[in-house]
Design a protein around this ligand. Sequence first.
Ligand SMILES: [Zn+2]
Length: 471
Amino acid sequence: MNRTLAALAALSLVSVSTVAQGQAPSLESQADAALKGDTHAWDFVEGITTEVGPRQAGTEAEARARAWATAWLTAKGFANVADEPFMMDTWVPGDIARARVTAPFAQDLVVLPLGDSAATAAGGIEGEVVFFRTVDDLRAAPAGSLKGKIAYISHQMRPAQDGSHYGFAGPVRWVGAGIAASKGAVATVIKSVGTDHHRNPHTGGTSFPEGVAPIPAGALSLPDAENLERMFDRAGGRPITLKLELNPRQIGQTQSGNVVGEIVGSNPSLPPVLLACHIDSWWNAPGAFDDGAGCAIIAAAALNVARSGQPLRTIRVLMAGAEEVGLHGSVAYSKAHIDEAIAVGLESDFGADRIWRFDSNFLEANPALHRRIAASVARFGVSTSREAAGGGADLNIVRDQKGALIDLQQDGTRYFDLHHTPDDTLDKIDIAQLRQNVAVWTQVVGILADESTSIQTGGPIPSAPAIMQRQ
Ligand SMILES: [Zn+2]
């Protein structure tokens, strides 16, 4: 405690003296200033949710979001701003999503299609519902046992700071429809993979195994799913029948793109620090938490680092397209740039609530740097761990290069109340927590961007100029 106070006192003295001498503020004071009053991140997320809103991958709404982000980065002074196009197979949700219990307790339920769902016949499809409490119960159902039936799959997801129940409940959405289809089901509805009790279904991608034709697949809001489950309790063995009508469709290949921009370092021959987020959202979600906030945080951090002086390494932001529907932007970026070494990758894609833990995948190989970063963010309430960072979804290039990764873990307690729903709106962002994110990112990115040796190993960078290798 004493040591921390002394270090803080020393830091504030340093920042006062640099300001007095008219030099650029130190990285530490820049990070502290971000905690108190960063405006860049709010400016981004307020702007994109207000001027663009929902931005489904591969559609004209996503194209508008990319144009908006390109203009924002340019206006803020980023260099080498570009929208790097790629083609993708695009699915759109349609405009009909209806579910109605027809017997024994006739009433409507609130439903939305899952990404890659097939359409029902016009007018809908009706069948008996078979209730599975878990995805493992569905897996255990005999082959062919769902012929002509509609599978309903439940789960018991709970909020968690680390969001770990997404891994527990997520398979209901990710693979449930495909398993049900392979056993003969004509459609699937799931309890939304979420933790709120608003009457909003949580959409998200589903998938069908090779050789299994897609079936209509919808998510019920949690209150509607619980209502359906109560019907099973009261039905006394009578069949429960559901009529489902969805009209999503595949529209073939359309264009998406990855928006990039740079703060150019003083030695651009050094591998850059890559900061990632994704620009797309689901059609039903304005995408404030997922992932407008992430793009806002990384861009703000890059700007704050630049304000404390030109970094040694280039800082590149990657606002990936088409993440939600299958990481198309991440895959395309890696394919296009695989031969350009990345020094280290970091991603923000878990909302806007505070960062509580720093993880890296170089604790063993470069313990000095890991410890230095951990110490630098302790004042923001960020701990560290021995967990190996795996990087976010848009960091395929770094994983493909087997490079250095950092995870700045955010508090996910309320993330799955909002995830992939119409509730993912700007008012949910707590500006104090958003600024804590920017402060931590500014501090960490600033350290990484000034590292002259390999971030992964602490050793020399093989491709670096000789002058760098002597340091
Ligand atoms: Zn996301």
